[in-house]
Design a binder for this molecule. Sequence first.
Ligand code: PLP
Length: 413
Amino acid sequence: MALVNEHYLKLTAGYLFPEIARRVNAFAAEVPARAAEIIRCGIGDVTEPLPPSAVAAMRAATDELAVRATFKGYGPGTGYESVRAAIAQGDFRSRGLEVADDEIFLSDGSKGDCGGILEILGAGNRIAVTDPVYPVYVDANVMFGNAGAAMTGGGYEGITYLPCQESNGFLADIPSSSVPAPDVIYLCSPNNPTGTVMDRARAEAWVAYARSHRSILFWDAAYEAYNRDANAPRSIYEIAGARECAIEFRSFSKSGGFTGVRCGYTVVPKSVCAYTREGQAVSLHGLWTRRWNTRSNGVSYAVQRGAEALYTEAGRREVAALVDFYMENARILREGCTNLGLKTWGGVNAPYVWAKTPSGFDSWSYFDHLLRNARVVTTPGAGFGRCGEGYFRISAFNSRANVQEVVRRLATV
Ligand code: PLP
């Protein structure tokens, strides 16, 4: 008898975005004449074309594959050396941060990595996530057996939720010494969904906390390219001691517009350790290398070449222009919401605006209200966790015309 992974059976109604899609499809079926007017600012998916440097590099790579003399078969499971070197140099060493080429692990995006990394950790770790949170961290931990049953009202038993509310500027506080210390803490800055960035002092406090408890920080920097706050670290390795306790996830999805191309990477410093039950320290770098070489043959050659091209001079300029474009969208959305009297956060160092729902609406009722009356799709804050109730997220990933139209329509409802 084949046994099922029963942890999957604990998962609640589903990932947030399928539920949004269900409501949008139901509305479109109900009022087909208006379906074409729907503007989607819900899911954070880019809309603009790829940087030309990446396109040229991927074309050239495909041409290489078309000729026997330059054909490539299987590549290294963890990424081509030149690509790992371009990343380590471009994102870290050029900024004075110590990261070796072989501490970079290429992948098909950080969504997979922030769950997949759990494979090299033991069962029974106490996991902490922020609330609200990028839902993938939670669901991946449920699947791996790191959570108990779903609780009424949201969340899972056994997961430590770190409340992020107006009172703490939507930034997770260090747990008090009276609660059991989490073994793994997911932090995301710039944050999805709240658009806030973690300041240096708080990041330092988290690194100190992790080191004193022999915990590991999973630092998700998928939106690093949007961070313009000089007081907010762009990489956790800007913080002294982070190489002993932090793994960083990066993605080309929102910097190079690679959501469809699929490429990201994870930084695993050789000095990050987890422990055997007897307390013996084991470097995770070797385990993650082994995991990749056993479980995958790596990222497509052409895609890696496309990612590498983002580090050329032209590539950098193109990425900066793309990020500037979405940040101007964010500014328009944020100011539009503020002008309507909505209280907003984010949208300054992140492509997401987080806003308080007007009185009388909870997250999902305001979602339905905007869908039905403005034909605008947002993301209800409650979908990101209990503390997201009473807020909604608007994504700046859209055309300029759509963003301007969203602001115009919001003023009419
Ligand atoms: N981390 C966060 C916080 C995200 O919002 C996303 C995508 O929306 C990802 C990771 C996943 O990115 P990727 O496209 O690289 O899988």
